[in-house]
Write a protein that binds this ligand. Structure first.
Ligand SMILES: Cc1cc2nc3c(=O)[nH]c(=O)nc-3n(C[C@H](O)[C@H](O)[C@H](O)COP(=O)(O)OP(=O)(O)OC[C@H]3O[C@@H](n4cnc5c(N)ncnc54)[C@H](O)[C@@H]3O)c2cc1C
Length: 499
């Protein structure tokens, strides 16, 4: 992806920090309001967690819903979101939930206009009707289409550009100090700065401060999600809401290695349309292998694999936990913080068809064992004996043989023996925090608020950085929020010469 080189040290109307979904959306809407926009991204490429995600957006009153004959409304979506929250419901930000549900239909239409193609909507109870829209061919399509539009509107992006401090003048945020390719530069914004730098799932300092003791040391999936925007705003008086709420920890496989063939195919509108047509016409058994090729995210193994008798072993070939008693907390304490799921053919025979899938990419790609064999050769191991299996996935042979022998001696009824060849291992799998929900306190204009609830002039936040206490439980609400809040924050930042 090529980016336009900006002249460092310059003054623009709006500076956006973070080149994921929220930052790109904010850049586009600020540029569409005829403002000059500079986007700072600390990584060598745009994308963020948005580009690593599964890619579902949950919305009501969309064209896809209408085409499927589904009658739905933002007001119903607002009500149903509460059903996901359980006991957390009292901590929700209802003003932002209203902002989200009322504006996300427009975001989906806007994305479709830009060339993003969705499949669905898929059901996800307790939503009363299907609302989950899955992007095709993968979440990379968001980044591809959004950057295309941003570039068309004249947005300039600086890569390897890490915002490290906000510049203030008379109490107003007027720019950003950034490290660009190792050089410190000051960048000035005449209208506003939008913080869209993601969450703090990999931010050691903020995790220490906000998360419970048993999860604060668990890695975030995206190492770049270090909560920089939250930290920058705290330094000028901002506040974090719901800092203790996280998605996870959960067990997920490592990401697939880069598929050179797939990487060469741009996530274009044409390709996505062909896929969508195929999804309705071609049997899923034929399509699944193709879809899996495009999945670039960390898939989560279904807990039922462990419930049906698979065990977890570490790099040393040793079992280390009762698999049914929160193994997610034990994996980070193992060598290289990883584990393998080991089972025999009796367990494997269960995971060959609906509803016994090994993993989900919600609504789109339920994957069974055969799909892993075909498409995830990097994490799929099969052998006719335990010793050969140990050899295949690289753990000490004697240790694994002893582990299985001990497991198989468990008193009858406690655990089914793993004794029927062939034997299988899937992994490495790790425990991860997927998303940390602690975002800056914002108002419905996405202006960042200080601890007393007053606006910090010139400062906006969007996406995870500007989550403001909004609960985004279920699938598809985080991306929906990133893109919707980004659009609103960018639009308001463009007008913010005095607010
Ligand atoms: C495996 C996985 C799957 C997911 N699937 C879904 C899904 O299907 N649906 C859904 O709704 N949600 C999903 N989510 C959550 C969702 O992807 C995120 O909540 C959302 O993408 C956040 O968007 P964002 O723009 O706020 O942050 P990001 O997309 O993370 O963008 C932030 C950007 O800011 C950059 N940055 C950080 N600090 C700085 C700095 N100091 N200076 C400059 N740049 C900086 C980062 O490098 C990054 O590029 C998933 C999350 C994970 C981990």
């Amino acid at each position: 992806m090529s980016t336009t080189t900006a002249i460092v040290g310059q003054t623009v109307d709006v500076i956006v920090v973070g080149g994921g979904g929220a930052g790109l959306a904010a850049s586009i809407s600020a540029a569409a309001a005829n403002r000059s926009v500079l986007l700072l991204e600390k990584e060598p490429k745009l994308g963020g967690t948005t580009g690593l995600s599964v890619g579902s957006i949950t919305a009501s009153a969309t064209a896809l819903q209408r085409r499927a004959g589904i009658v739905d409304s933002p007001a119903q979506h607002f009500e149903d979101m509460a059903l996901f929250a359980g006991e957390l419901a009292v901590r929700d930000n209802l003003e932002l939930r209203r902002l989200y549900t009322e504006n996300v239909p427009d975001t989906v239409a806007w994305l479709e206009n830009l060339g993003v193609v969705f499949f669905g909507p898929m059901p996800e109870p307790p939503h009363r009707v299907p609302r989950m829209h899955n992007v095709l061919p993968s979440s990379k399509a968001y980044i591809h289409q959004l950057w295309k539009e941003a570039r068309r509107l004249g947005v300039k992006a600086l890569l390897n550009a890490r915002a490290q401090k906000l510049i203030t003048t008379g109490g107003r945020v007027t720019g950003v100090e950034a490290v660009v390719n190792g050089r410190i530069v000051q960048l000035n914004a005449t209208c506003a700065v939008v913080l869209a730098s993601g969450d703090f799932s990999s931010g050691r300092e903020l995790k220490q401060k906000y998360l419970a003791e048993d999860i604060r040391d668990i890695d975030g999936i995206n190492p770049a999600s270090t909560g920089d925007g939250q930290r920058l705003a705290l330094e000028v008086g901002g506040d974090i809401v719901n800092g203790d709420i996280v998605f996870g920890p959960e067990i997920r496989f490592v990401v697939p290695p880069v598929n050179k063939l797939v990487e060469c195919i741009p996530p274009s509108t044409q390709l996505a349309r062909i896929m969508r047509r195929s999804l309705t016409l071609v049997p899923s058994a034929i399509l699944r292998p193709l879809l899996m090729m495009f999945i670039t995210t960390n898939l989560a193994p279904s807990p039922s694999l462990l419930q049906k008798g698979a065990i977890l072993v570490n790099k040393l070939g040793k079992r280390f936990v009762n698999e049914l008693d929160k193994p997610v907390y034990a994996i980070p304490r193992q060598p290289e913080q990883m584990a393998y799921i080991v089972f025999d053919n009796k367990v494997a025979a269960t995971f060959t068809g609906w509803p016994n899938f090994i993993s989900t990419a919600p609504g789109l790609a339920y994957a069974y064992l055969a799909d892993y064999k075909r498409n995830r050769r990097d994490i799929y191991f099969q052998a006719d004996s335990i010793r050969a299996l140990a050899h295949a996935f690289g753990v000490p042979v004697d240790a694994l043989a002893q582990t299985i022998a001990e497991h198989n001696r468990s008193p009858a009824g406690q655990a089914a023996p793993l004794a029927t060849p062939p034997f299988y291992a899937l992994g490495p799998a790790k425990s991860w925090i997927a998303i940390a929900d602690g975002g800056l306190k914002v108002n419905a204009n996405l202006q960042v608020l200080d601890r007393s609830g007053q606006c910090i002039p010139g400062l906006f936040a969007a996406g995870s950085t500007g989550q403001g206490g909004l609960l985004l439980e279920g699938h598809g609400h985080h991306l929906g929020w990133a893109l919707t809040s980004g659009r609103i924050a960018g639009r308001n930042a463009a007008r913010a010469t005095e607010t």
